[in-house]
Design a protein around this ligand. Structure first.
Ligand code: PNS
Length: 161
């Protein structure tokens, strides 16, 4: 059984993330999407909210599980018996940081490889930060996040005003 892990902040999950999840789910027997802490970011949404959004938009994918973890990704992969980390690449600008993390994770856990999936061209510009910025300024985020979570994301961003 080939188990892969797709880690990220998912603050909130975008259609670009969903595109990577759907691609990875078709390549592996099981895909664990894990919400993790990025040391360089302060999340807008709670861990529970981010997991809830992910669960709602992946309910059509039988082999996808949603989880959260607060330690090292390499340790989590070991704990879950995963052989591959899946990461989405949007542009060359993502590459340097992702390459660094892939090598560091392999050093921490030599059995762990990272597979990069190219996002669809239509989502190349998309990021959680862009979604939050548009929502915070009263814009429409339709076409950026799944319809199942669109209202909730907007409502939550307005509460922050
Ligand atoms: O969506 P993001 O913010 O780019 O995801 C980054 C994330 C959460 C995958 C990364 O920060 C991470 O792996 N955090 C867990 C802690 C860890 O293992 N750090 C070492 C990575 S080399």
């Amino acid at each position: 059984m080939k188990i892969a892990i797709y880690p990220g902040s998912f603050d909130p999950v975008t259609l670009g993330h969903l595109d990577v999840i759907e691609r990875a789910a078709s390549l592996f027997d099981r895909l664990i999407v894990v919400v993790m802490h990025n040391q360089t970011k302060t999340p807008m949404f709670t861990l529970e909210e981010r997991q809830d959004f992910l669960r709602r938009i992946t309910s059509h994918l039988d082999n996808v599980e949603i989880d959260a973890f607060s330690g090292l990704l390499a340790d989590y992969a070991d704990k879950r018996g995963a052989c591959t980390i899946v990461k989405g690449l949007r542009a060359v600008s993502d590459f340097e940081y992702e390459f660094q993390m892939a090598l560091a994770n392999r050093k921490l856990n030599p059995d762990l490889d990272t597979a990069f999936l190219m996002t669809s061209a239509k989502y190349m510009y998309l990021s959680s930060s862009i979604v939050k910025d548009i929502a915070a300024h009263g814009g429409s985020i339709s076409g950026f996040v799944s319809p199942q979570i669109e209202d909730e994301v907007l409502k939550r961003m307005r509460k922050e005003d």
